[in-house]
Design a protein around this ligand. Structure first.
Ligand code: URA
Ligand code: SF4
Length: 194
């Protein structure tokens, strides 16, 4: 605990707990404000993320930044963004169940240091792992699920929105709902006067 999030990051950068360590360029730990009460969790790094060491920096990431900006959220100011697995799965395949399990302690560590009030699952893989295994994301996106006082909302993955642009308005509505919930809870770090 005393080493905090930076200590956890340092440890994570040398992790070899699953096979994904073999081909990675960078471990992609996370980005954002550790004081934030809103955490977004994707699936795993893609090519650009692996090269740069930051989550969601490719085309999907640019779309995510736009959705965030539309509701006055910013990846460096009032949210924290990470992934289920911190190293890139080869050819962007879904991370295997055992890879997700191996990596989960890093996410748990981030979670217990940041203590978000709202967790947004970006796409099916994160929603299945963190909300419920039988989630139907096309039907249930934008709903809030409560677990031990934590509100969790699944939304469509930005890469899915790029493949299927007609889903964008639905995703935008999810972000509006997120904004409403943040305001209802009064948990935007940007507005807290610090
Ligand atoms: N897709 C993800 O799920 N996470 C990233 O960081 C980039 C693309
Ligand atoms: Fe470690 Fe996670 Fe990378 Fe696997 S994906 S090597 S568990 S940091």
């Amino acid at each position: 605990m005393e080493r905090g999030l930076e200590g956890l990051r340092e440890d994570c950068l040398s992790c070899k707990k699953c096979g994904l360590c073999a081909a990675r360029t960078h471990v992609v730990f996370g980005v954002g404000n550790p004081q934030s009460k809103v955490m977004l969790v994707g699936e795993g790094p893609g090519e650009h993320e692996d090269l740069e060491g930051e989550p969601f920096v490719g085309r999907g990431g640019q779309l995510l930044d736009k959705l965030l900006a539309a509701v006055d959220l910013d990846r460096r100011v009032n949210v924290y963004i990470t992934n289920i697995v911190k190293c890139r799965p080869p050819k962007n395949r879904d991370p295997l169940p055992e890879e997700q399990e191996a990596c989960l302690p890093w996410l748990r560590g981030q979670f217990s240091l940041i203590r978000p009030k709202i967790l947004v699952c970006l796409g099916r893989v994160a929603a299945m792992k963190l909300i419920k295994p039988d989630i139907k994301i096309t039907k249930e996106h934008g709903r809030f699920f409560e677990k031990n006082g934590l509100l969790m909302m699944p939304t469509l993955h930005p890469a899915a929105l790029l493949r299927n642009p007609k889903e964008k308005p639905g995703a935008f509505e999810d972000f509006l709902k997120l904004r409403e919930k943040i305001d209802e809870l009064g948990c935007d770090i940007r507005n807290s006067g610090v």
